[in-house]
Design a protein around this ligand. Structure first.
Ligand code: LIP
Length: 273
């Protein structure tokens, strides 16, 4: 297995994320062609497809031995590739479709064991480019970032997500909300998993969690959190299969990790604990 030059890969992914971001913004604020995917709640627009096609064409041509997994199209490139790309052309599609200016482009490269090596997340509304290379730190617009030092839950602002699949964990979401709202300064739901992770990395949120997301939603942001000094795990503090498959994804700063995990233990339904 030949390891690509990860700094050069980050540079390339950064350029693609910015270009895809520009392409999305050309379509933002207009009426969209909405396509339903897994359910009536799970949508894609013409911009998701256009941005994915753009990124995938560039990656399959530059890295022909790699596999490329895109949210809209599934698999491209070499299915047996020793490296895999995970692309979310518009993370926060529900926001985009409603012309709410909070969404991003997310691009991650992982090795054959499923470890993210490079992560790039671009927010075209704020012109904020988050990135990380494993072992080389995380940046926001080329400046180093670090998770916050907040150590008390009552001084924290946390974010959570509600996935498109409404059952069977719906009641667990409400129990999480019920547990954390009275114990934190604020609990938010902004609608872009990748950006919520980057905001933990940048010290804007102290924690973020969500059930049932996909690698294209969280692999780039997860690396950015870890490289900014934060912790990533499932709801038990483990890097289990449930974590790598996105079934349970939790990000925290260092100081609040135990307190947030304690909250998760408290709210998990026994059959899913
Ligand atoms: C979405 C997320 C959102 C999450 C949804 C979904 P999409 O990604 O980022 O925050 O709650 O489950 O995964 O579909 O907009 O790329």
């Amino acid at each position: 297995m030949s390891t690509p030059n990860l700094i050069a890969v980050r540079q390339h992914a950064t350029q693609l994320a910015r270009e895809a971001g520009a392409l999305i913004m050309e379509r933002f604020g207009r009426a969209h062609q909405i396509k339903h995917k897994s359910s009536v709640f799970d949508v894609a627009t013409e911009a998701d497809q256009a941005a994915e096609d753009y990124i995938v064409a560039a990656l399959t041509s530059a890295y022909p031995s790699h596999r490329v997994v895109g949210e809209e199209g599934g698999g491209y490139g070499n299915p047996d590739g020793d490296h895999s790309w995970y692309i979310d052309p518009v993370d926060g599609t529900t926001n985009f479709a409603g012309n709410i200016p909070h969404f991003c482009v997310s691009i991650a490269l992982a090795d054959s064991s499923g470890q993210p090596l490079v992560g790039v997340v671009y927010d075209p509304n704020a012109d904020e480019l988050f990135s990380a290379v494993r072992g080389a730190g995380a940046t926001l617009n080329d400046q180093p970032i670090h998770v916050s030092e907040v150590a008390k839950l009552e001084e924290s602002v946390c974010a959570m997500g509600f996935p498109y699949v409404k059952q069977p964990q719906q009641s667990d979401h409400f129990r999480q909300f019920e547990y954390f709202v009275p114990r934190t300064r604020g609990t938010r739901r902004f609608g872009s998993a990748a950006l919520e992770l980057c905001w933990v990395a940048a010290g804007r949120f102290e924690a973020y969690w969500e059930w049932n997301i996909s690698r294209w939603d969280f692999f780039a942001g997860a690396l950015i959190v870890e490289e900014a000094g934060g912790k990533m795990s499932d709801f038990h503090g483990e890097k289990s299969a449930a974590y790598y498959d996105g079934k349970q994804v939790l990000a925290t700063n260092v100081h609040l990790n135990a307190a947030v995990l304690e909250g998760m233990r408290h709210v998990l339904a026994p059959e899913r604990a």
